[in-house]
Design a protein around this ligand. Structure first.
Ligand SMILES: [Zn+2]
Ligand SMILES: [Zn+2]
Length: 181
């Protein structure tokens, strides 16, 4: 089975972790991971998150805006899934074969983000929706921070958190927008 990323060499079995085998490409160091194998491993390993010094700063090649990858097993197009806002890297999944493609360094990135124990979560609509929501929030937030500065924005944000949990929040909002002069 040829590497779906670089097409340069065949995928060879390689241990990502003890008991977790993926089809790895010698040339680009990407890995094809069967989610069936992954689930079995995740259930049976203790997932001690040995974040060692070397993984503190993970050197992951910058993700590029590439076109969809073709699944090396079934030749269908794979779908890209964002990992999170903290990284531009995306994982590819063939939902037909339940195989995920990890580019070089992405397994270590997942470990660093402590997501290596919950890989399938990334491939859910709710995970992806949350990332979009967070990104929207950050965009809106940035606009207000630019307008009023960090310090004032912090105060507003704290007030908003308090307000959102207040049982009379609608009345308080009403009070805030009512002019009495
Ligand atoms: Zn490759
Ligand atoms: Zn496939």
């Amino acid at each position: 089975m040829k590497c779906p990323a670089c097409h340069g060499s065949d995928l060879e079995p390689k241990q990502l972790e003890t008991g977790l085998i993926a089809g790895s490409c010698q040339q680009c160091d990407g890995a094809l991971l069967s989610l069936i194998n992954y689930r079995f491993w995740a259930q049976n390993s203790e997932l001690s998150n040995e974040v060692n010094e070397e993984s503190v700063s993970v050197d992951v090649p910058e993700a590029t805006e590439e076109k969809a990858m073709v699944c090396p097993k079934c030749a269908r197009l794979m779908t890209k899934f964002k990992i999170g806002l903290m990284t531009a890297n995306q994982l590819d999944l063939c939902s037909h074969c339940d195989e995920a493609w990890l580019d070089q360094g992405e397994w270590r990135l997942l470990k660093q983000l402590e997501l290596h124990g919950q890989l399938p979560k990334i491939f859910t609509e709710s995970w992806q929706r949350n990332i979009r929501k967070e990104r929207m929030y950050n965009l809106v937030k940035q606009r207000y921070v630019d307008m009023m500065g960090d310090e004032d924005f912090d105060r507003v944000e704290q007030f908003k958190q308090w307000l959102d949990q207040h049982q009379s929040r609608e009345d308080i909002k009403q009070f805030l927008v009512t002019s009495y002069d």
